[in-house]
Design a protein around this ligand. Sequence first.
Ligand code: ATP
Length: 376
Amino acid sequence: MTELQPTTQPHPAEGRRSQIFQQLRLEKVTRSFGGTIALSGLDLTIQSGEFIALLGPSGCGKSTALNCVAGLLPLTDGSIWLDQQRIDLMPPERRGFGMVFQNYALFPHLTVRRNVGFGLVMRRMSKKEVRRRVDAALDLVQLKAFGDQLPGRLSGGQQQRVAIARAIVVEPSVILMDEPLSNLDAKLRLEMRTEIKRIHRDLQRTTIYVTHDQDEALSLADRIVVLNEGRTLQIGSPEELYTRPANLQVARFMGYRNILELDLERVEQQRVFLAGPDFRLEGIACAELAGRRAFAAIRPDDFLVTINEAGSRPTGARNSILGQAEIVEYCGRDYLVDIATSSGLLLHARTQRRVEPGARVHLEVPEERVLAFSAA
Ligand code: ATP
């Protein structure tokens, strides 16, 4: 059993922040580089123990946000607070946060034990206490047998575990992780994802995790912050983002691969009626809709795909689309099928039933899974 405690005990080292806090607050945190605004007015209140993912495409400002919290980058504007104490003017070492980087950043000439214990030795902790804590941290990341190895002899996943052990051994109040899994192959990534989830469950440490991978964010985080070009697009639980993205950009990021610009027929409260060249849809309005056009967003797995063996003709019924399978990709659990409608519109659908390229197919989609956004 690990001796690292899951609660927020004060750290014995002098000059470091107590780990007891209720909220970490980012208020209008802004960072520019020359004339470029890398992060614009990020407002975020994180509760103690929460796991927050910063998600977005390359260059959206995720690392900038993390480095501002870590104290590696001064803010251009805004402030950061641990409860009533302003911390954005403090040097990084006084914030008492632990960091895990994409490239592990281990000392190659030090053994695993000495890498993990480095921060404790720097804090002049007794040898006995260093040994006790390093043992507990290595136990937690399941690397006890590797303590005397040099990092170069470990796999990427094991090296990242060492980096995690090194971050948590100092009992940080907040753990900051910058794309920690992006150097690992697909299988190791999945394993380490579970490992990070387990460590967070055991320690309940407040964690901010940067990633561009929506699956990683959805599976790990209590809440996700979606960023684009330095701006906050949405903050919400994985379920909220997945089922109710706030706008088209978030929808795209959440796997709504079918984004269709259609005629807006009418809106009745939340219900929206849309028309394409050879089908009609009913969906849910996710924004104020006006004008003649709107976008429908549909995830590939929300289509029900059946083979149209009889070669039926369109009935005009809403949310019923006929087409022809073009590209069929086998994905193990199911097939991803590109389907062309008679007007040439290309749709993406997932189905567990095998579909042959060229087959005539019928697609249906429930109204609540068609999300409509403004074309403005
Ligand atoms: P990635 O996933 O590729 O790491 P990111 O979302 O973490 O991207 P940031 O590294 O935060 O993005 O960068 C945000 C913007 O700020 C980018 O346009 C980047 O070019 C710019 N930027 C970041 N660091 C610097 C710097 N030191 N000097 C100048 N511009 C920078």
